[in-house]
Design a protein around this ligand. Structure first.
Ligand code: ARG
Length: 587
């Protein structure tokens, strides 16, 4: 067994069958290698389903071959390998694969001895993940919450896989909103240069400024003048800007701390000088054209152009993202850029990437680009998520509400009777934040989802609460059998993991799918598949536990027999679940 990384059974089967197909049909180099876990144990453990589509491909070449015949030829060419015990051709031309249990045993033993390892990966990337990215002075809303939760988990996944990950908070800190904010600050706190203004509610401050901006022409003029002075980096204006940013920053950080999110801030302002360079480069290359006083840039296949310079000479969101993509590739040395932003911005990023490629900032053959869009969050009335009074829901209120609900749930379950106040608080936080994260992550991010505390706090079904309970129960099995972690570690080395019972083997097979699930998610970055997987682990575990005694007790409730081989299987289950929980941010 190879030392590095946790091998993927599907991956190895893929290699084995690719070789078989190559040898059997050298004239079909494009033949698809289709390997899947079998849905039913009658059809073996895995299946190779290539023969059907190969028959089609051969037909297109004028060769008539029935799929079963193709399957037979593939079977005859399967090279010697350590994991297959039996192959059978079934139905229309499926090859049913039965695995050697010893191989599964070795893999599980590795998990127990060395801990859960990522699959061995060939290339390590430097990945820049842009997520959360709220706007200064504006409230962080549920859309930013989705970005924050999804982005954090994507980072954790990629870090687990061994990539070098840069977590970037691209805060909106350089927009025109600062003009009115600074003008309003000057009026409200004239001595802000010497005394820090006590802005407790930046949201309200923003609203006041906005009202003036919309109704008072003089104020509006002053606001524009302030933007110009700010962007010219006049010290007084930079100071005012910093004050405002700091208030927001603190509010954002409070949320990140509660949700255990790590980010480094590189806001739009960071690119100010770099935007000048971008403009220079675009001018020199003749990439821009004039359009009603603006300077715009087109790229092939794009529906809209970028606005690089506005008619008043200012830069835009587009300009900053051009500077940003260039920075991430050339200065941050990223070879994989991920943007976790609401689906409404997909066209913006397509255009940015097309233009960046056109003017030579990126080479799509060398840099992987992913736009991780996500759908809107809906309220239980299926309309856009709002408070009863119609305002946007403040994130901090949402987290508080979650805490309150989780606390009630724990009391309902009488956990307050068994846990100390500190433990109860910790449990309350893991349930509250865990369920908010999990509810988000367990939905396909491309779809909208309904935010419902009642649903996410249910202790049945695919919820964080159910999984956290299931996990704690599994962890308590050995403890209740009076088996210490040391004894388990010792047993992992010299005791056979019990795999003879059908339910044991089913559980083992699900656990061993962990690396292939990760490999799949790395391709499409759809994390709900990890939620589905950990839920499957947990339900398969229940089936195993219902039919297989780990500990036998007599009528007096005394332990008479401990099945160590099964306890090891429980242990492996807990480790795999813990690895999933880490990626999903559950505690
Ligand atoms: N601040 C933006 C918003 O709230 C998101 C920024 C996303 N990242 C970027 N590089 N444009 O919509």
């Amino acid at each position: 067994m190879k030392g590095e990384g946790m091998l993927s059974i599907q991956g190895i089967l893929n290699d084995v069958f690719a070789e078989a197909i190559r040898n059997a049909y050298p004239d079909l180099p494009e033949a698809p290698v289709i390997i899947m876990p079998s849905s039913n144990a009658k059809f073996g453990d895995y299946q190779c389903n290539s023969a059907m589509s190969m028959a089609q491909a051969l037909k297109a070449q004028g060769v008539k071959a029935p799929p079963r015949e193709i399957a037979k030829k593939i079977q005859d060419n399967v090279p010697s390998n350590p994991l297959i015990s039996k192959l059978e051709i079934a139905g229309a031309g499926f090859i049913n694969i039965t695995l050697k249990k010893e191989f599964g045993h070795e893999l599980l033993k590795n998990i127990l001895i060395r801990g859960v390892q990522p699959p061995p990966s060939e290339v390590k990337h430097r990945v820049v993940v842009d997520f959360s990215s709220p706007n200064i002075a504006k409230e962080m809303h549920v859309g930013h919450l989705r970005s924050t939760i999804i982005g954090e988990s994507v980072c954790r996944l990629l870090e687990f896989l061994g990539h070098d990950v840069v977590r970037v908070n691209h805060v909106g800190d350089w927009g025109t909103q600062f003009g009115m904010l600074i003008a309003h600050l000057e009026d409200k706190f004239p001595n802000f240069r010497t005394v820090s203004p006590p802005i407790a509610d930046l949201q309200a401050f923003y609203k006041e400024a906005k009202v003036r901006f919309d109704s008072d022409e003089d104020f509006k003029k002053r606001a524009y003048a302030c933007v110009v002075k700010l962007q010219a980096k006049q010290p007084d204006y930079i100071k005012a800007w910093q004050l405002i940013c700091d208030v927001s920053r603190k509010a954002f950080q409070a949320i990140y701390d509660r949700l255990d999110i790590t980010l480094k801030e590189y806001g739009e302002s960071f690119y100010h000088e770099r935007m000048l360079d971008v403009v220079e480069h675009l001018k020199k290359g003749g990439y821009m054209e004039e359009d009603e006083g603006r300077q715009i840039m087109w790229a092939d296949g794009c529906k809209i152009p970028l606005t690089i310079i506005k008619s008043d000479g200012g830069f835009t969101y587009d300009t900053s993202d051009m500077a940003c993509v260039r920075y991430r590739v050339h200065e941050e040395n990223g070879d994989w850029l991920i943007y976790v932003v609401d689906a409404g911005q997909s066209t913006h990023f397509e255009t940015i990437w097309a233009c960046a490629e056109k003017c030579g900032f990126i080479d799509k053959r060398k840099v992987r680009l992913d736009f991780l869009g996500f759908g809107v969050v809906l309220g239980e009335d299926k309309k856009k998520f709002k408070t009863r009074s119609g305002d946007t829901v403040r994130l901090i209120d949402l987290l508080d509400e979650g805490l309150k609900r989780a606390g009630e749930k724990l009391v309902e379950k009488e956990r307050d009777k068994v846990l100390s106040p500190e433990e109860l608080k910790a449990a309350q936080e893991s349930v509250a934040y865990g369920c908010i994260k999990y509810a988000d992550l367990s939905h396909n991010r491309n779809h909208e989802y309904v935010f419902s505390f009642d649903k996410m706090l249910e202790d049945k079904g695919n919820t964080a609460v159910y999984l956290l309970y299931a996990y704690t129960r599994i962890c308590s099995i050995s403890r209740n059998a009076n088996v210490s972690p040391e004894q388990l570690r010792e047993a992992a080395k010299n005791t056979e993991i019990s795999l003879d019972h059908e339910k044991e083997w089913n559980l083992a097979k699900v656990l061993l799918r962990f690396p292939e699930v990760l490999v799949k998610i790395t391709k499409d970055l759809l994390l709900h598949q990890l939620c589905e997987f950990v839920y499957e682990v947990s339900t398969t575990f229940s089936e195993f536990y219902d039919s297989c005694y780990c500990v036998e007790k007599n009528s007096a409730g005394e332990i008479v027999k401990v099945n160590m081989g099964r306890l090891l299987l429980c242990e492996a289950t807990a480790s795999i679940m813990a690895a999933c929980f880490h990626i999903l941010g559950l505690k």
